[in-house]
Design a protein around this ligand. Structure first.
Ligand SMILES: NC(=O)c1ccc[n+]([C@@H]2O[C@H](COP(=O)([O-])OP(=O)(O)OC[C@H]3O[C@@H](n4cnc5c(N)ncnc54)[C@H](O)[C@@H]3O)[C@@H](O)[C@H]2O)c1
Length: 253
């Protein structure tokens, strides 16, 4: 399968590339150069520029969006909202049926859910709240939903919380977890996240319950606030790293 990856040079990109590299043909794109050589073709593509996305998508079987911009009011809409519009247009124009989208868990389950509820799952009505990151991503997802309703394209959105490197407990922004303090309890290891993306790439489209599906990619959570049952049952995903391991590691640092 030929896969266009948008925003491939961020923190998650290398783990996705690792999960797919011997199995699929990848076209890596970003607005910044890759830090290391992966052996895959790289092209500069700005996800907010329609023509660039449409050109890069020619001949692809799948478009994957790992791009995000979190901090600037205008750029956040350009990347996280308009970017999804551009890739939807590119998919329709080239007849590409498989779209993999990504985002944070709270673009669907904002504080109104997270502060009070249990058993949170990805098919709840979205309540992202007004935080710029969550809101721009949620709007981008809504754009994909209406395209999947109208056209023969299958959108899978994978929602993550913080990523951890289980061997070192390194966090995306650098630094490490501290016992009982900042180990966010909705977490997943990078390797498990990459594997979830691979399963979304490789699942037969006809096995998806509908043309628009969302998955929470979070390790098993004993407190039960979030459940990952859907990712397990539909994608066949199984986390290999668990909170117990992460907590144990933290106390030995
Ligand atoms: N890092 C986390 O803890 C975390 C948590 C939850 C969800 N996510 C989600 O995972 C996905 C990947 O996140 P990440 O952690 O790799 O983010 P990141 O910020 O490390 O990488 C994002 C990439 O997008 C690229 N980008 C920015 N503007 C662009 C543009 N105009 N065109 C093309 N590319 C552009 C950046 O250059 C960067 O390489 C995102 O959807 C994010 O919302 C991340």
């Amino acid at each position: 399968m030929k896969i266009l990856i948008l925003g491939a040079n961020g923190m998650l990109g290398p783990w996705v590339i690792q999960a797919l590299r011997d199995r699929q043909e990848l076209l890596l794109t970003d607005i910044v150069e890759p830090k290391t050589r992966s052996g895959h073709e790289f092209r500069r593509v700005d996800v907010s520029v329609l023509d660039q996305v449409v050109d890069a998508a020619a001949g692809m079987d799948c478009i994957m969006n790992l791009s995000v911009l979190r901090w600037d009011r205008k750029l956040a809409f350009d990347v996280s909202t308009r970017g999804n519009y551009n890739l939807a247009v590119a998919a329709v124009r080239h007849g590409i049926r498989r779209i993999i989208n990504t985002g944070p868990h709270y673009q669907l389950a904002g504080r109104t859910y997270e502060d009070w509820d249990f058993g949170l799952h990805p098919d709840m009505p979205p309540q992202p709240g007004t935080r710029l990151y969550a809101l721009t991503k949620a709007l981008g997802q809504e754009i994909l939903r209406v395209h999947a309703e109208r056209y023969d394209i299958y959108v899978q959105t994978l929602l993550f919380c913080n990523f951890y490197e289980p061997a070192t407990l390194a966090r995306p922004e650098g630094g490490f977890g501290k016992p009982g303090a900042d180990l966010w309890p909705f977490a997943v290891a990078w390797q498990d996240a990459g594997e979830a993306v691979r399963l979304a790439v490789e699942i037969e489209l006809e096995r998806l319950p509908s043309r628009f599906e969302t998955f929470d990619i979070l390790t098993d959570l004993p407190h039960g606030i979030y459940v990952n049952t859907k990712a397990r049952t539909v994608l066949g995903w199984q986390p290999r790293h668990f909170l117990e391991t992460l907590s144990t590691r933290v106390s030995t640092l």
